[in-house]
Design a protein around this ligand. Structure first.
Ligand SMILES: NC(=O)c1ccc[n+]([C@@H]2O[C@H](COP(=O)([O-])OP(=O)(O)OC[C@H]3O[C@@H](n4cnc5c(N)ncnc54)[C@H](OP(=O)(O)O)[C@@H]3O)[C@@H](O)[C@H]2O)c1
Length: 330
């Protein structure tokens, strides 16, 4: 079988490599899963670069936290799963064409689920929904402003906000995606041309300042959002696409009471109550079934071409996600 590993942090396309090893055999309570689809997200690239999360990664390491696969072998004492079952393994290290995990770490994929959409279900749709419902209490008619709005998360935010009666101002960095976002239900789209973003947001919302801003960019983008939200509004920083630490104006945080905070799905999962987990699972399963977790896919690469895949995923101007496919038959 093949596995992607990195032995040191650095540019993902340079440091990622594929190694070959014998197929793993499941022990008691474990199952072997042949992975068919593996996701590549900005977080995976940050992880390889050594810029993600708080914990140092033990090297060499295998990236990958989202995948869809089929159980092909079960260990002694496994009761819940059988060969042929489609599962969405959890726990990391999933850029491999086979993994062995405890059966508890291999929840079944929803019946009839599209393998690609199911593999992507737990990260971005969950992030969009929780950021809209779990950070501030919003009411129909409230504005939410976000940047990187044509990202997978951003497009889900637009759709889920629209369903809740919220209005969205969406900041992008290229004009060719405006029509796409309007079709998704965006109320306004601003193309960031380096001008005064705060003024552009204010002009769009007609003086009703947003109560929530979602910032995936950091750097000066955070300051622009902090200046645009209402007094005592909230900016949730959830990404660092600019690679720069967030900057905010003292005027906004001190004299207008703007709350700048972070959001990290991994932390949310770690803190969630069983009820919250059940509700989120029910939400994701029903959205997957209705097609409302849909994320565009721009390209698929077999695991053996992981270097090309990560280089593609790191490029701007994509119109969808880049996925890896298991190629244990190749
Ligand atoms: N905190 C969490 O728990 C959590 C969970 C999920 C995702 N995220 C974050 O959410 C963000 C979006 O993830 P995704 O998977 O939805 O992304 P994606 O679909 O892969 O899209 C990437 C987006 O980033 C934009 N972008 C890249 N570099 C940029 C820069 N320097 N300035 C402004 N925009 C830039 C791209 O714009 P172009 O199309 O113009 O290139 C595109 O809109 C990422 O930062 C990711 O790490 C965070």
């Amino acid at each position: 079988m093949k596995r992607a590993i990195f032995r040191r942090h650095g540019d993902p396309a340079e440091v990622i490599e594929v190694i070959h090893e014998p197929d793993p055999v499941p022990g008691p309570g474990q199952v072997r899963v042949r992975l068919k689809v593996m996701t590549i997200n900005p977080a995976d690239l940050l992880n390889i670069e050594g810029r993600y999360g708080a914990e140092p990664v033990r090297l060499p390491a295998t990236p990958g936290v989202g995948a869809y696969g089929i159980v092909d072998m079960v260990g002694e004492g496994v009761t819940r799963l059988a060969p042929g079952d489609a599962v969405l393994p959890v726990g990391g290290g999933l850029w491999a064409d086979a993994v062995v995990v405890h059966e508890r770490m291999a929840p079944k994929a929803p019946d009839g689920a599209d393998p690609e959409q199911a593999a992507m279900m737990r990260a971005n749709p969950a992030t969009a929904e929780i950021m809209l419902t779990g950070i501030v209490t919003l009411s129909p008619g409230d504005w939410v402003v976000q940047n990187a709005a044509n990202s997978a998360v951003g497009r889900l935010v637009i759709r889920y906000a629209r369903e809740k009666g919220l209005k969205t101002v969406n900041i992008v960095r290229r004009a060719d995606v405006v029509g796409l976002l309007v079709a998704d239900g965006a109320d306004a789209v601003i193309v960031d041309d380096g001008g005064d973003l705060t003024a552009a947001i204010n002009a769009t919302t007609g003086g009703t300042a947003p109560r929530l801003a979602l910032d995936a960019v950091g750097g000066r983008a955070t300051a622009a959002l902090a200046a645009a939200v209402a007094d005592h509004g909230t900016v949730a920083v959830y990404g660092l696409l600019s690679g720069q630490d967030s900057r905010v104006g003292a005027r906004d945080v001190v004299f207008r009471g703007v709350n700048v905070r972070g959001f990290w799905l991994a932390d949310w999962y770690a803190q969630a109550t069983p009820d919250q987990m059940r509700d989120l699972h029910a939400f994701l399963t029903s959205k997957l079934a209705s097609g409302d977790t849909w994320q565009e896919v721009e390209e698929r690469y077999p695991l053996s071409r992981v270097k090309e895949a990560v280089a593609h995923a790191a490029r701007g101007g994509r119109n969808g996600k880049v996925l890896l496919t298991g190629d244990h038959d190749a």
